[in-house]
Design a binder for this molecule. Structure first.
Ligand code: SF4
Ligand code: SF4
Length: 98
């Protein structure tokens, strides 16, 4: 009997999903000046498992296309500065189940 693999790398897990991205973002940083002046740690760039948020000098780049729809940014931003909605019907993450 072969030993079952218990863990997958993030790259292997990423292979199990694909994305049907909308042309409009379902994620919005409400006020970038709050990020700039009140959030030195920019923790959305850390807690997001899909690395959607990238701080670029004075602005936040939001690569919404690869969002895993985990909802963490709804509660994780200490300033409630992220507006998060599910992508429009038929868009967003698609799970490949074999
Ligand atoms: S956690 Fe919230 S306030 Fe901080 S950088 Fe991200 S979006 Fe801006
Ligand atoms: S819902 Fe999850 S994956 Fe999508 S941007 Fe927020 S934290 Fe990242």
């Amino acid at each position: 009997m072969s030993e079952q693999k218990k863990y997958q790398t993030i790259e292997e897990k990423q292979y199990l999903v694909r994305f049907n991205a909308d042309t409009k973002s379902h994620l919005h940083v409400k006020d970038e000046s709050i990020c700039l002046t009140k959030c030195p740690d920019k923790i959305c760039t850390i807690f997001c498992p899909a690395e959607i948020y990238k701080w670029e000098d004075i602005r936040m780049h939001v690569g919404y296309e690869g969002c895993h729809e985990c909802g963490s940014c709804r509660i994780g931003c200490p300033h409630q500065n992220i507006k998060w909605e599910y992508p429009k019907g038929g868009h967003g993450i698609v799970f490949r189940l074999g």
